[in-house]
Ligand binder design. Structure first.
Ligand code: SAM
Length: 172
């Protein structure tokens, strides 16, 4: 079970980027996202994607991040440009345990670095929580997210030209 914890979400500034964090989490193999600020609009948007494109992804907004971290029974990874390299860190993570992946918005409080089992960098340049999460999940599950079946009402088929979309609604 992989859960993403998005901390420092500011409704006015971060709505788009937090939505993208949630979409990347869902598409790249996470099971759930927790957001530390109550934001019903994001929750509604993501649930709407899930109802059309399938899967069992969960979203919960308005969680207390300190409580989530304190009560977490598995491994905690914090993605930060200050962290250890992916190459060194990934082999150390026990894949049998539940995983909590923390991504920030602006400055991340010092205690997050202390509570994390692994502070991991995706390169040591500042970039984006969306990119960091995508690269981490891809490496963590060795690209297997690509084989995940979502069984949605809508299914997109890969094609070089045009758009191929199947509506599975009639088959339900
Ligand atoms: N200055 C902030 C700090 O003190 O952590 C970073 C802000 S950055 C815009 C937002 C988030 O993107 C970070 O909290 C981190 O999760 C992620 N991030 C950005 N660059 C990263 C990198 N090179 N490696 C891993 N995560 C990164």
């Amino acid at each position: 079970m992989i859960t993403v914890l998005r901390i420092g979400h500011r409704i006015s500034r971060d709505k788009r980027i937090t939505t993208h964090v949630a979409l990347v989490a869902r598409a790249f193999g996470a099971d759930k996202i927790l957001i530390d600020t109550k934001d019903e609009k994001i929750q509604k948007n993501i649930l709407s994607i899930c109802s059309r494109f399938g899967g069992s992804f969960e979203i919960q907004a308005g969680v207390t991040s300190k409580k989530v971290i304190k009560n977490w029974k598995g491994t905690i990874v914090h993605l930060t440009m200050y962290g250890e390299t992916l190459e060194k860190s990934i082999p150390c993570i026990d894949k049998k345990k539940d995983l909590l992946i923390i991504v920030g918005a602006e400055k991340v409080p010092a205690e997050i670095y202390e509570h994390a089992d692994y502070n991991i960098s995706i390169g040591n340049q500042p970039h984006s929580e969306v990119a960091a999460l995508a690269v981490f999940l891809d490496r963590y599950n060795k690209g297997n997210w690509q084989n995940k079946k979502f069984n949605g009402k809508l299914e997109i088929l890969p094609t070089n030209k045009g758009k191929k979309v199947i509506s599975n609604e009639l088959n339900r």
